[in-house]
Each structure stands twice: as structure tokens, then as C-alpha cells.
Design a protein around this ligand. Structure first.
Ligand SMILES: [Zn+2]
Length: 257
């Protein structure tokens, strides 16, 4: 990126208070991928950004970039979509936070990928409109892995390439896909997955949002794919996601209640 003033369509991934009155923000933009910037006086002058710099919001961003600083300077922000329902319902909000943390952790700064932007803005809209939270979170994970080029091997064995007829298969994040019984011997951390779930995940990885909305899934799919996908994501990024821990805590609290 050259020195100068730029315009971008952005989703706000993160916002941190900085110093007396500034904010440091992370954006995922359609044009430039993930970028970070500073909004000077964002907390002092409410008029200037009028609440347009909240995490998850979809905005038109104007920023100034100099080669000297890693942080661009936020000049202006206009709200395109605030996803109001997402932000008032704790179940939706926590899923939305999970989506943005996932994008933040799985992407690198300065690598543009319009499909990632489209995916994130599209799924935030679905969650805001009342789409099934668990189902769409799983679909988001598999689609994000697919567009970033991390899709695990879900048809047949990733090691020997055979397609053994096993109704209950085993998945290895370390190997990057399903392993057959003999290739799975001695491999730690295998995750069980039924043929149905593996097939549906492979299909969902290729579908756009419109077609995904028409897929019917079972509770078994939701449970199996959650475990498999999160295990794989954790292996890829090398750590737990903060929002996942929060989601698990919320779930165990609601089971106890
Ligand atoms: Zn094998």
C-alpha cells in the first residue's frame, strides 16, 4: 500500500482503548484484508465517529496510510450495517464475537481476500436475522477453512487415499483429515465422525450462503462437526479461542439452570 488516503469497506474485528482518548482498531476490509489503525480522539469526540467504531459493525472506512507506521490513521467512518439484533442478544452476540475472533486469528495483515470479507459480512447478517446459531457457526467455520485454503480432507483416508466403508470414521487434525483404521493406529487425538457428517461438511464447504440456508442438518451433525472443526481450527492457529471458552461456559451454565 502506498502513502495516501484510502477508502475501504470494513468489518470491525477489534477495538481497544489507547492512551487518554484514542482507540486502536482491527478491521477486515474488502479491498486490503486485515488492517490495523488508530482513531485519534475517538473516545473524546463522540461527534466525530458517532458510535461507528463498535466491533462487528460494517462500515465505510476512510483512512490515511503512511509507510512509516504499521497503523493507518482512521479519518472517517460511516455505518453501513450495525447488526442491531446481534448486539442485544447474548447468544447471538457471543456467536458474532466468535466469528470475528476466528477471522482475526486465521488471517494475516495486508493479505486481501474478498471472499473472506463476503463470508464474514454475510454470516453476521444471517445471525442478525435470526438464523440457527449453531448450524450457521459450523457452516461459517467450514466455509472459512475452504476459502483460506485449509479445508481438511473429508472424502476417504488422507494418508492412503483409500475409501474404506466405515460408518464411523476417525478424524485427525494433525494429519489434516479422515484416517482409515490402519492409518489411524498410533495417531493421538482422533475425533469420531460419522459418514453422514463428513459428507455434509464436504458439501457445505463448497456452497454459498443461499444454498447453505436450504440444507437440513441433524443434531448429530451439529455435535460431531463442532468437535471436529474446533479441534482442527485449534490445531491450525495453535491456541484456544477466547470466545469459544466463553461459549462453552455459557452452555454449561444453561445446562445446569
Ligand atoms: Zn488410510
Amino acid at each position: 500500500m502506498k502513502r495516501g488516503l484510502f477508502k475501504a469497506e470494513a468489518i470491525i474485528l477489534n477495538s481497544l482503548d489507547y492512551g487518554e482518548s484514542d482507540r486502536i482498531l482491527t478491521f477486515y476490509t474488502l479491498e486490503h484484508g486485515k488492517i490495523r489503525g488508530i482513531a485519534k480522539g475517538a473516545r473524546r469526540s463522540r461527534k466525530r465517529f458517532v458510535g461507528n467504531l463498535e466491533p462487528m459493525s460494517h462500515i465505510d472506512l476512510i483512512f490515511f496510510h503512511t509507510e512509516k507506521s504499521e497503523l493507518m490513521r482512521v479519518e472517517d467512518a460511516h455505518l453501513i450495517e450495525s447488526f442491531p439484533n446481534l448486539k442485544v442478544d447474548i447468544d447471538r452476540l457471543s456467536r458474532g464475537c466468535y466469528l470475528i475472533e476466528l477471522v482475526s486469528e486465521m488471517t494475516r495483515e495486508g493479505q486481501a481476500s474478498p471472499p473472506v470479507f463476503q463470508l464474514l459480512s454475510g454470516f453476521l447478517k444471517v445471525l442478525d436475522n435470526g438464523g440457527d446459531l449453531d448450524v450457521f457457526t459450523r457452516f461459517f467455520e467450514i466455509r472459512l477453512l475452504a476459502v483460506l485454503g485449509y479445508l481438511p480432507h473429508l472424502a476417504g483416508c488422507v494418508v492412503c487415499k483409500n475409501r474404506p466403508d466405515e460408518p464411523l470414521k476417525k478424524f485427525s487434525s494433525e494429519r489434516g483429515g479422515i484416517v482409515c483404521r490402519s492409518c489411524g493406529i498410533g495417531v493421538p487425538g482422533l475425533v469420531p465422525v460419522s459418514s453422514g457428517t463428513a459428507g455434509l461438511l464436504a458439501m457445505a464447504a463448497k456452497l454459498d450462503l443461499d444454498k447453505l440456508s436450504r440444507l437440513k442438518v441433524s443434531q448429530a451433525f451439529i455435535d460431531e462437526s463442532e468437535r471436529l472443526l474446533y479441534d482442527f481450527i485449534k490445531f491450525q492457529i495453535g491456541k484456544e479461542l477466547k470466545t469459544k471458552r466463553f461459549l462453552d461456559k455459557m452452555r454449561s451454565a444453561s445446562v445446569r439452570a
